[in-house]
Design a protein around this ligand. Structure first.
Ligand code: AQP
Length: 342
């Protein structure tokens, strides 16, 4: 079997399951923007089929999808250069997802920590979709033969499963059809933590709004949330080692580093010795400087929702030019349509 050369192609997605957070921005979206350019084709998706694995109010889902699209554009994704769309409008994602449900093993899915965390103690009452989520995510990526997937740290296990599904499919059918995708988990903020609890991920669905910075928060709200963020009484250290066992301090330093495009070590070299009373206003000022232009642009774009709908529809059309032939070839490999028949 000769090794297939795959076009360098980036795919990633964000759930419209609430408003965009600073965690989504630093862990994912900012890096999507960095990867847009000469080296890769870039495809970014609002993964609404994933969002409905937990209950979503229909009007809120529609609003969040449009707002997320506005967020992508405001953050720097060019809808002409990248392909930008919502997942449900490209049916090949769900179609390949079904095939992968028949490739993935129950034991693999049961080991997924996101399933265990989100289903909690009441697994019997969780949706079947939530259980199958990682298999659909593998389809999202592999229906484009994507080679690189930028994500936050929390998605690492799902990307390993994507590789396992690609390997098993290729082995089962004796082909070299799906690429073994590379996760791209980089930067100072691959795991932004809650502002109220340094052991919990910052999340859209956290019941406490004070735990996160929303990309739609105004300057006063951002400053207030940072001022009230949980910290410890010690001054900041000058070296990384001094952040050991100080999760809240580490989190604020990482956020500062990611917003200023520096490493955490560089930031500590500058701010080591300062108390939080001095550092928090510096962080608030930086956060407002970086996030306010994005939130104002999001609000402006949301003023013309028909333009957002047009961008999403055009993105879905362009996406299907890639997904339709790959699904067709998958069906041929599996034996569902004859090779070369119409
Ligand atoms: N706190 C975070 N730090 C760094 N990266 C993060 N991501 C999410 N939270 C953080 C990254 O953002 C991308 C999109 O995530 P998602 O919306 O698909 O789902 P999620 O990871 O489940 O995000 P949330 O905010 O926690 O959503 P809910 O509350 O609905 O479950 C991914 O690349 C993710 O790694």
């Amino acid at each position: 079997m000769t090794e297939t050369q795959f076009t360098p192609r980036v795919f990633s997605g964000i759930q419209p399951s609430g408003g965009l957070t600073l965690g989504n921005y630093l862990g994912a979206m900012k890096r999507f923007v960095d990867m847009q350019g000469a080296d890769f084709e870039t495809i970014y998706c609002m993964v609404d089929l994933h969002a409905i694995t937990t209950w979503q109010d229909p009007a809120a889902l529609m609003h969040n999808t449009r707002e997320l699209c506005a967020g992508f554009i405001a953050a720097g994704i060019d809808p002409e250069q990248s392909i930008l769309f919502n997942q449900s409008q490209v049916p090949e994602h769900a179609q390949l997802g079904w095939i992968f449900n028949c490739v993935a093993r129950m034991g693999w899915m049961q080991r997924m920590t996101q399933w265990k965390d989100k289903a909690g103690k009441n697994q019997q009452n969780a949706s079947l979709g939530l259980f199958a989520y990682p298999s659909l995510m593998a389809a999202d990526i592999l229906i484009y033969h994507a080679t690189h997937v930028p994500v936050g740290e929390d998605q690492k296990q799902h990307l390993e499963l994507t590789r396992d599904i690609a390997i098993k499919f290729n082995n089962d059918f004796g082909v070299d059809f799906f690429p073994i995708t590379e996760p791209v988990i980089e930067g100072a903020a691959t795991r932004v933590m809650s502002l109220r609890d340094g052991s919990k991920k910052m999340s859209k669905s956290d019941p406490s709004d004070m735990s996160r910075i929303n990309m739609t928060d105004d300057a006063d709200t951002i400053a207030k949330k940072i001022r009230k963020a949980k910290t410890d009484p010690d001054a900041l250290p000058s070296e990384l080692k001094g952040l050991d066992d100080r999760p809240e301090a580490r989190n604020l330093v990482n956020i500062y580093a990611a917003l200023s495009d520096k490493s955490a070590a560089q930031v500590l070299a500058e701010v080591g010795g300062k108390q939080f009373g001095e550092f928090k206003p510096m962080l608030a000022e930086l956060a407002v400087e970086k996030l306010s232009p994005i939130s104002s642009e999001m609000a402006r774009l949301m003023g013309d929702q028909s333009e957002i709908d047009r961008i999403l529809a055009r993105g879905a059309e362009r996406a299907r030019e890639i997904t339709a032939p790959i699904l067709r070839q998958t069906y041929e490999i599996v034996g569902m349509v004859g090779a070369g028949s119409d």
